[in-house]
Every structure is written in C-alpha cells, then in structure tokens.
Design a protein around this ligand. Structure first.
Ligand code: ZN
Length: 330
C-alpha cells in the first residue's frame, strides 16, 4: 500500500496528529518504539534522495515505484504529477513493468471514475502512469461494485455523497475486499492519498479522525493478509501528516512497514529507491509460490499507500485525477 505524505514524526500529540490518534498500526509514524501488532516490522526510509529541498510527490513516487532516484534524474524534487522523463522512466523500469516482464500478474486496486475516462486529464499520477504504461487495466466503478476495486477513500462515502450507486464499506470490509483481490495477483497496489491532502488543507481534528479510520483499515488488512498468507508492505513518498506545525511536506524519513514473509528483506531498505528492487527480487527469487491462480489461495505482497508534497501540488479532491492547483500554503 502506498500512503501519501506520511513521515515519521514525534510522539508529541500536540504536534503530530498521528500520535494524537493513538493508532495501533501507524504507531511507527508517531515516535513510538513499541513493536507493531501482528508481528509487523518497520524501518525508517529516507525520502530526501540526496537532493536539496523538501521531497515532493512526483519524484518521490517515481523513485518509489521505479527504484531509480528520480530527483537526481530531473535535478530537483518535483511536485504533483510526473513529467515526461519520469513517465519514460516508469514506462521502462516501473515495478509493474519489471514484474510483467517476468510473467507476474499485478493489479492497481484503485477505482477510477467515469469522468477520468471521458475527460482524460492532461497529467496523471505516477501510479496511473505506471499502470497504463505496463498494460495493466485501470479499474472502474463496475469493478468497485463487483468488489474488485477500492475507491481512494476506501469507504465509498465520497461517492455516495455524490449519489453514485455504490455500497458504503466500513474499514474492515474495505480491507477484506482489498485482500480478497490481492489473493488473485502476485502483487496488488492500493494508493491512499487523503493523508497528504488532509495535511495540506484540513484541520488537526480532521487529521486525527482520518488517522483513526485509516489505522482501523490497515490493521484489518494486516490481519486478513496474514490469514491468507499474503505479505503486506506499507510505504510513503515523503513526510507531511506527521507534523502539523507546517502545511508543507517535511524532510522526515517515511516508514516502511511489512508483515509476512517479505519482512526478511526489510533490513535492506534504506531509502525510497530500495523498495521496488527488493519486491522484484522477492517475487522472482521464489520467496513466493509461483503465479497464483485466480482465487483466494494466491499470495503476494499488497503494497498499500503513497505520499505527496509541496509547493504547487496538483491533486484531485475526489480521486478523479483532475488537475487542480493546490491552494494551500506555500
Ligand atoms: Zn503534498
């Protein structure tokens, strides 16, 4: 899972809304030295990429999903959506591309709205670019209704408010739906970016509420994945949510947390560029069973969230990947 904009912050509940929410799973982002539930392990992961300035979404996500330092490639941290050199990098070397080349089946679990397909945005996120360039289908609201996808809020509440005929899912139901889907693929990615959005635009209380529900979802996903023999990996692209003293991204490391057999690779993760090569190695070196059949017996790491940053961040309010200028500070 890719969680956008979740770095490792302090344990101060007045400054870190993650600490204020007292999460069980996301405690690693709140300066909490306690062990993670369900035998999860985590490590700090550098998001600065040895380039000056605050880390940003396009370069952070492209680095995370390609294993190549995209900030070095373009000479700076770049916000929002990837530019052409980054899209080309993803086309050639993304996690999805690498796995497809060796016959692995991958899925991007996020559901895209009809307007994404009818009014194609000029720029798309790193995950969308990776999915499309690897020839992996984008999921639709029909997939969502059939239980083969999750919306970006995982509850569908935002869609129901807009009168879409989709069921409301509790955090546990949503987690079960995601893990069921992951059982049919070698690797399934889910991207959650409300973490970065609420950090840029929301109140402290909004952030605490969001973290509580997200934590419930993640905990249920870790439980279900463990029962199904599926490894779960959670990482991010840059810090933001963990420090409410600023609405900008932070220079904090992000956390990479893992459950299941993939945990053996965790000590090798030092920065964002380590994640994709290690998943590729793990899946191709026989750390898992061969390509799983469709059905709940399959196994594979489900990557869950992603991060975001900075100056002019382009982000869709409703996950439709429309290009909207970020109106917050700076
Ligand atoms: Zn951001």
């Amino acid at each position: 899972m890719f969680l956008d904009g979740v770095g490792i912050g302090s344990s101060d509940p007045g400054r870190n809304p993650i600490a204020a929410a007292k999460p069980r799973l996301l405690r690693y982002a709140a300066g909490d030295g306690e062990a993670l539930p369900l035998e999860g392990r985590w490590c700090p992961t550098d998001a600065g990429l040895r380039v000056p300035g605050l880390p940003q979404s396009a370069t952070g996500q492209t680095s995370l999903f390609s294993g190549v330092n995209a900030a070095r490639l373009v000479g700076r941290h770049w916000p929002g959506f990837p530019t052409k050199p980054m899209r080309q990098l993803l086309e050639e070397a993304s996690l999805f591309r690498r796995l497809r080349r060796v016959g692995k089946e991958v899925a991007f679990a996020n559901a895209f709205s009809p307007s994404f397909f009818s009014q194609r945005p000029r720029l798309v996120s790193a995950t969308t670019a990776m999915t499309e360039s690897a020839g992996v289908p984008l999921r639709t609201f029909n997939d969502l209704r059939a239980g083969r996808a999750l919306y970006m809020d995982f509850t569908n509440r935002r869609l129901r408010r807009r009168s879409y005929d989709v069921p409301e899912l509790g955090p546990k139901e949503a987690a079960a739906q995601l893990v069921r889907l992951a059982g049919s693929y070698d690797l399934t990615l889910y991207e959650y970016f409300l973490t970065d959005l609420v950090a840029h635009r929301g109140s402290f209380e909004d952030a605490v509420t969001l973290v509580r529900e997200l934590d419930e979802f993640l905990l249920a996903a870790a439980e279900r994945a463990g029962e199904a023999g599926i490894s779960l990996l959670i990482s991010s692209d840059h810090g933001n949510l963990e420090d409410a003293s600023s609405r900008m991204h932070t220079g904090n490391p992000v956390g990479t947390a893992v459950w299941g057999a993939f945990a053996e690779k965790l000590p090798l993760i030092k920065d964002l560029t380590d994640v994709t090569p290690l998943i590729e190695t793990y899946l191709t070196e026989g750390g898992l069973a061969a390509k799983p059949a469709e059905g709940p017996a399959g196994r594979g790491p489900a990557i869950l969230p992603r991060p975001r940053l900075g100056r002019r961040e382009y982000r869709s309010d409703e996950g439709e990947h429309r290009v909207v200028p970020y109106r917050g500070r700076p």
